[in-house]
Write a protein that binds this ligand. Structure first.
Ligand code: ATP
Ligand code: MG
Ligand code: FE
Length: 344
């Protein structure tokens, strides 16, 4: 079957077409530049941008895939979690396409999309794997079975800032532009990751094994910068901060693999693009005999193909479709890849 996927949970408007595990084409627009001067995503600006972009983006994806609207067999759309007003826009569009085309509608859990997208590049996932989802809005460790059938087990996540958010905030306090992740990644190349011993939060014996907290780390960086006299060694601060994040993320992800008997680690989200996070994950996976799967950077961040990828899995598994009462679930509790119930 041919699946149209639509994603609008944050600041990216994405559409993608997937047929039987193959990405035929996709298109993406981002309002990231409009949020830059605020240092983070502004929900109302994001929602407006989705409103303008969603129809042309779907059209572009359809053109890129070389298909016709009449060929589409089902529509999959992000139903949550995400910014409520942003999710609503995609959801309304998804319902409209499903209704107009007379095809079933599937409400997709955004995080399931982040995991499922890897299937498009690296083939079916093993029966069991651990997923580390690290983006601007999420930092979660999930235990995945069959995405189309099994519940997603939520092993842990951040109690405050997401890892990407920490990159953005630290960049801001170092006077670097938004989004901070790519900039810190670049600047850190000239720095010494061992120059400053920043804390590895939530790694004590009594801490939740898969919990994260990045707000404390950000504060530790802020204090260090405040106390520092003389010219700021920006590259060393960036490299040391990045090392603390990479160390904490990969340590916990590999612990999850060991404790849950998973021999595959899936790493996705914008922060999975970070060169040090990648290198350390590769090193530690190799040492532990764990296969590391990371989608290409383009598919690691929010996009429409990832939602179509989930749609493709669930349609082929014969999962029940949603009806038009499907509502946005801004903080959808992770139970499965599909969101079916009404919300708001
Ligand atoms: P969501 O949380 O819903 O996935 P998002 O738009 O915040 O939405 P992504 O688009 O997946 O998430 O990722 C953006 C985040 O990733 C930003 O916080 C950005 O700073 C961070 N990021 C991007 N590239 C890098 C990098 N090379 N190193 C570290 N962080 C990065
Ligand atoms: Mg984004
Ligand atoms: Fe995302």
């Amino acid at each position: 079957p041919l699946i149209l996927g639509i994603e609008t949970s944050c600041d990216e408007t994405g559409a993608g077409l997937v047929r039987d595990g193959v990405l035929l084409g996709d298109a993406l627009a981002s309002s990231v530049d409009e949020h830059a001067r605020f240092g983070g995503v502004v929900p109302e600006i994001a929602a407006r941008a989705h409103l303008e972009a969603v129809r042309p983006i779907v059209q572009r994806a359809v053109d890129a895939a070389g298909v016709r609207f009449a060929d589409i067999d089902a529509v999959a759309v992000t139903a949550g979690p995400g910014l409520a007003t942003a999710v609503q826009v995609g959801l309304a569009a998804g319902k409209a396409y499903a209704l107009a085309l007379g095809v079933p509608l599937y409400g997709v859990h955004h995080l399931a999309g982040h995991a499922a997208v890897d299937v498009l590049e690296h083939g079916p996932l093993p029966a069991r794997c651990v997923a580390l989802i690290v983006s601007g809005g999420h930092t979660s460790i999930l235990l995945l079975g069959d995405l189309a059938r099994d519940p997603i087990v939520h092993l842990g996540d951040t109690v405050d800032d997401a890892a990407g958010e920490a990159f953005d905030k630290v960049a801001r306090l170092l006077g670097l532009p938004y989004p901070g992740g790519p900039v810190i990644d670049r600047i850190a190349r000239d720095g010494d990751p061992a120059a400053i011993d920043f804390p590895r939060p939530m790694t004590g014996p009594k801490d939740p094994p898969y919990g994260f907290s990045f707000s404390g780390l950000k504060t530790a960086v802020a204090r260090w910068v405040e106390r520092h006299e003389g010219p700021l060694p920006v590259a060393d601060v960036a490299a040391s901060f990045q090392e603390a994040v990479a160390d904490t993320l990969t340590r916990k992800a590999l612990r999850a693999c060991a404790e849950h008997g998973a021999d595959t680690l899936l790493m996705v989200g914008g922060v999975a693009a970070n060169s040090r996070v990648r290198a350390l994950a590769e090193e530690r996976c190799r040492a532990a005999g764990v296969t590391l799967r990371v989608p290409s950077i383009r598919l690691c961040t929010d996009n429409g193909a990832m939602i179509a990828a989930v749609g493709d899995l669930v349609v082929r598994a014969g999962a029940p479709a949603a009806d038009l009462s499907l509502g946005a679930q801004p903080s959808a509790v992770l139970t499965g890849a599909l969101v079916t119930g009404p919300w708001r």
